[in-house]
Design a protein around this ligand. Structure first.
Ligand code: J2J
Length: 533
């Protein structure tokens, strides 16, 4: 089994430590600390249950003992595919306590994505729910275990995560804070998702600082609307940042504004986070039927560009402060500060968490652009990865020789340090905050016997921000989009990856389509589409 690691240069690591960013804290130690400090306080609740910090520690430790009893060994990887349920926390903190490394899948993922994540991480097990939004995840997990011999353990959270628990037993020693705590997944601009190894030290630093920047404390109540496994909901400051601050996490079962407003009223929610299309839906509903959510102090919006016109509506319509969040699972997170002036809050995507986040904005030749000019955003810092797991080719492309991560985003920086996202250079589609790799979808389409070639581009969309359009060159006669749509469903991929639009074409451009010209072709089609919109 390949070890998972994340290594900074010794000089930078020493610097991050000397600055107090990395403090040697680990997730299993955090859980024990919360349990010792405030076991009676409510940590997590949803419609039907409320767990105190003591309950969480007890459940996680019994599950950890069960994992040990089942033979799982420290350092092994386990896929976690769960929705916004308290058992997610039992599973993940149980894995931490047993020295295991969670790999976070999203609820929307299907067999194709899970199989890729399982193989790439060499996972030995999967923890899931029997159903999420009506889909049979237990069946999927079992089918996966039947095809991947290494994936030996299947745990279904409901009804029987409890059955997997054992009497508390000796748990392994805490891991090194410099070791990898879990694997997040990349949005993936080329091909399939890559695995992002995040260490205890680096991630806990973002939790501590995010909680501080966002003003969280023991009185804070955070509503998780987006999937908890997504890096935004998990850490900016998200559910983990809220627990770090000793606050309370409320889990929403669905993202509808009516559900959100009811939960905010019922639990006195002070903060929540949405992607732009959802934020607009919440505002439209509030204007139509009223929201009555006086406890809500901060609405965070991020994951995709929030346009200034929409941003300006937040405070008057929802009666709370807007915080824009521009982050990435690879690391760097930017926040507008709660006391920034209105123009900064509505027109920028914030500034970095850390004084040690290094920001470089460069042209196509990696030469820094003039101040205030737009260019490629490169970054290096105390919580931005230096490499993906087991991806030598992607690592060579995605990181400079000095260890800066090439974010793929085009930004400009204001004299205050705030960043304005202008667009992006890589070929992913940001569909309502869900990132889709054009190449991955093209590969699925081209696998169809009647498709000679396909190119996928993004198109501006009033609701989603962007939607996907596939240009398809059939091999011979007519080919119906409905046939291809069925084909894509048959590929067992997340539903959000199925193109919103498919256009049959006679040719796809004059250049021979190869890996190099495909990029130019996408750009050309993109331009044609945008101009005809
Ligand atoms: C424009 N583009 C944005 C924004 C992300 C906090 C918040 C978001 C994520 C996330 C995250 C954007 N305006 N406000 O992990 O901790 C686009 C950029 C970026 C990519 C990263 C967090 N906020 N984006 O969205 O890994 O293109 O993380 O590089 O899913 O989303 O996507 P992801």
């Amino acid at each position: 089994m390949k070890p998972v690691e994340q290594v900074w240069s010794p000089e930078l690591a020493a610097h991050y430590e000397s600055q107090g960013h990395w403090r040697g804290e680990t997730f299993p130690a955090l859980l024990r600390r919360w349990d010792a400090l405030h076991p009676e306080r409510i940590a997590i609740q949803d419609r039907t249950s409320a767990w105190t910090y003591g309950d969480l520690a007890d459940r996680a430790h019994r599950f950890a003992a069960g994992l040990r009893k089942a033979g799982l060994q420290p350092g092994e990887r386990v896929l976690v595919q769960m929705g916004n349920v308290p058992e997610f926390f039992q599973a993940v903190f149980g894995l931490f306590a047993a020295g295991l490394i969670p790999v976070y899948a999203l609820p929307a993922h299907r067999r194709t994505e899970l199989e890729h994540l399982a193989r790439k991480s060499e996972a030995v097990g999967i923890i899931t729910q029997s159903r999420i939004a009506g889909f049979d995840h237990a069946g999927l997990a079992q089918a996966l275990a039947d095809t991947i011999p290494a994936l030996r353990h299947v745990f279904v959270a409901d009804p029987d995560l409890e059955n997997a628990c054992a009497e508390p037993a000796a748990l392994p020693e805490d891991p090194s804070a410099r070791s990898v705590a879990f694997l997040q997944i990349s949005g993936g601009s080329t091909g399939l998702s890559k695995l992002i190894p995040r260490t205890h030290d680096d991630y806990i630093y973002t939790l501590r600082e995010s909680a501080r920047i966002c003003g969280l404390d023991a009185q804070s109540v955070y509503l998780a609307v987006l999937p908890v496994a997504h890096n935004f909901t998990m850490s900016s400051p998200g559910v983990f940042g809220t627990l770090y601050a000793g606050g309370r996490v409320v889990l929403a079962g669905d993202p509808r504004p009516e559900t959100g407003f009811a939960l905010i009223r019922e639990h006195g929610v002070t903060m929540t986070a949405l992607v732009p299309p959802l934020a607009m839906k919440w505002m439209d509903t509030a204007e139509r039927i009223g929201a009555d959510i006086p406890s809500l102090q901060v609405l965070q919006v991020g994951g995709a560009k929030f346009l200034p016109d929409a941003a300006r509506r937040v405070a008057p319509v929802l009666g709370c402060t807007l915080q824009q969040v521009f982050g990435m699972a690879e690391g760097l997170v930017n926040y507008t500060r709660l006391d920034d002036d209105e123009t900064t809050i509505t027109e920028t995507q914030g500034r970095p968490i850390s004084p040690d986040d290094e920001i470089l904005i460069v042209d196509d030749e990696d030469t820094p652009v003039a101040p205030d000019e737009a260019g490629h955003l490169l970054t290096r810092g105390p919580y931005t990865i230096r490499a993906y797991h087991d991806e030598p080719a992607a690592n060579a492309r995605s990181f400079t020789a000095e260890g800066f991560y090439r974010t793929g985003d085009i930004v400009r920086q204001l004299p205050t340090g705030h960043l304005v996202v202008q667009g992006r250079a890589t070929d992913h589609i940001n569909r309502a905050g869900e990132k889709i790799s054009a190449e991955e979808i093209e590969d699925h389409l081209i696998a169809h016997p009647d498709v000679l070639d396909a190119v996928v581009v993004s198109v501006p969309d009033a609701q989603l921000g962007e939607r996907t359009c596939a240009f398809i060159l059939p091999r011979g006669g007519a080919l119906e989009p409905a046939v291809l749509r069925r084909w894509m469903r048959g590929r067992e991929i997340a539903a959000y990856k199925i193109p919103d639009e498919m256009r049959m074409v006679d040719e796809l451009g004059t250049t021979a389509v190869g890996k190099i010209s495909r990029r130019a072709l996408r750009a050309q089609l993109q331009k044609d589409m945008t101009e005809t919109e």
